[in-house]
Design a binder for this molecule. Structure first.
Ligand code: KIV
Ligand code: NA
Length: 266
């Protein structure tokens, strides 16, 4: 398999080829993603919830992210590795650059993901990009803002809020982001943002019109502690292996069968 690259992702969008992204937190699961031909592995700070058992992503530290990113990197070859800047690692440009240096230089990620579009986030996006660290933006239901939102709530439901998310998407692209994750927004907003941007938009609970999809692997395997989010699907149900579940997810994203209407917000 040819390695997935950052410029290659933009070519996939141009060609209407859907991008398949999935989280991984250790080398064994990374190897499963690699074997299934997943395009992008994400070391999400969701590990704070599904691995560490916290109720939010806020307790995750840069040390945790470096540790898990390095483990995942050892399991990958052609799959592109993206990793999250954890809570407050983006508090200013200097911290964001230090985190980027460690996650890319030391741990082996190819790209770092940052939540939001606040002025200091746009500044950090430009500063990382200028130093050849590609950035994945993350808008909509950004989990690090759980306390501001008052829970994990769908964003951009009102017209004004939707317009704001679209403006943020254009701003992160202008700041240099090479990829955007849109989480927890109505189908129509996912479609508007995807059409407006040159960079690929990867959705999670953002409808079927995005350039690709991402899921937390624990949701895909039906082993999420507590209730599985509405936008996710248990792909292991009715199948006999982890490999078959991941392969089915990849196939359904590429064919457009996932997400179905029951996984979407209107
Ligand atoms: O941490 C994570 O897993 C994420 C995805 C849900 C996009 O940010
Ligand atoms: Na995350």
């Amino acid at each position: 398999r040819k390695p997935v690259t950052v410029p290659g992702l933009r070519a996939m969008k141009a060609q209407g080829q859907r991008i398949v992204m999935l989280t991984a937190y250790d080398a064994s699961f990374a190897w499963q993603l690699e074997a299934a031909g997943i395009d992008i592995a994400l070391v999400g700070d969701s590990l704070g919830m599904v691995v560490q058992g916290h109720h939010s992503t806020l307790p995750v530290t840069l040390e945790h992210m470096v540790y898990h990113t390095a483990a995942v990197a050892r399991g990958l070859s052609a799959t592109l590795l993206v990793t999250d800047l954890p809570f407050m690692a983006d508090r200013d440009v200097a911290h964001a650059l230090e985190a980027g240096a460690r996650l890319v230089g030391e741990a082996g990620a190819a790209m770092v993901k940052i939540e939001g579009a606040a002025p200091h986030i746009l500044e950090a996006t430009a500063a990382l990009t200028a130093r050849a660290i590609p950035v994945c933006a993350h808008l909509g239901l950004t989990p690090q803002s759980v306390h501001k939102f008052g829970g994990f709530k769908i964003q951009g439901r009102e017209q004004e809020a939707a317009d704001r998310v679209l403006a943020e998407a254009l701003a992160v692209q202008a700041a240099g982001a090479d990829l955007l994750v849109m989480e927890g927004v109505p189908v129509e907003l996912g479609q508007r943002v995807t059409a407006a941007l040159k960079i690929p938009v990867i959705g999670i609970g953002a409808g079927p019109h995005c350039d690709g999809q991402v899921l937390v692997i624990h949701d895909l395997l039906g082993i999420t502690p507590g209730k599985r989010p509405k936008f996710s699907k248990d792909f292991l149900a009715g199948r006999d292996s982890v490999a078959a579940a991941i392969a089915a997810y990849a196939e359904d994203v590429r064919s457009g069968a996932f997400p179905a209407p029951e996984h979407c917000f209107n």
